[in-house]
Design a protein around this ligand. Sequence first.
Ligand SMILES: [Zn+2]
Length: 257
Amino acid sequence: MIEQWGKLTNDDFDVIDGKREQFLGKLQERQGIARDALTLPQPTHGVPGQLRVALTFDDGPRPGYTEPILSLLAQHNAKATFLVTGIMSERYPDLLRQIDAAGHEIGSHTYNHFRLNTLSEHQQIAEMVRAKVAIDGVLGKSTPRLMRPPGGHFNPQIRDMLAAVGYWPVFWTINCGAYASMPQHDAAAAIMAKMEDGAILLLHNGPDNTLDLLPALMHRLRVAGYKMVTASEIVAGAEVVSNGGPTPIEIEPYATP
Ligand SMILES: [Zn+2]
């Protein structure tokens, strides 16, 4: 599959304008996705007797941040989801491979981290395809199926575009960055007060409060009996956003270097 994506050329992008359907059909054919398979399934309702939470880390990989996050996840025997950009994956391929080798899930966060709602559909598709080519190129396999729009900026047209190129959007139920002004233990307690089975936590693989918060938060999650799993395990193919999920909000903690 990666070979198929790798064959995309600028000529492919040039035909998007005015030939949208043909281009999307070509992408789907290359990705081996039938149109019927793009119908988004219903959300699941948890696993009886289990409390599950997904830790999701946006914007990486990034030296100085990815390594301690991986170390903490290993200490707690936790699996997580990393929504990475294509540009950072190309810059730090070894870190991306480390995330993958540790068994965590890797999703797309676009190539450049532009706000998708400010781009033409042509540019949106290019952001998705180039991210996939970059991530798959580093890992040597076809990887991301989940996609988190930068800053959570989203609309029905972006949803349709993602479905056409074979991605499920994934948002979050708790934005941990909202507690950045609190001491770590207070922040962890405030987040735990909102915790519920199936929660998806927005954290960052970069310079925000994630690294300060994570040890206290993970400790509390374990004590409370939560199993830390990937976002895919929680959404199980569901389209979170259209099923009463969280409303996308503005989050731009820092610019990708
Ligand atoms: Zn981001």
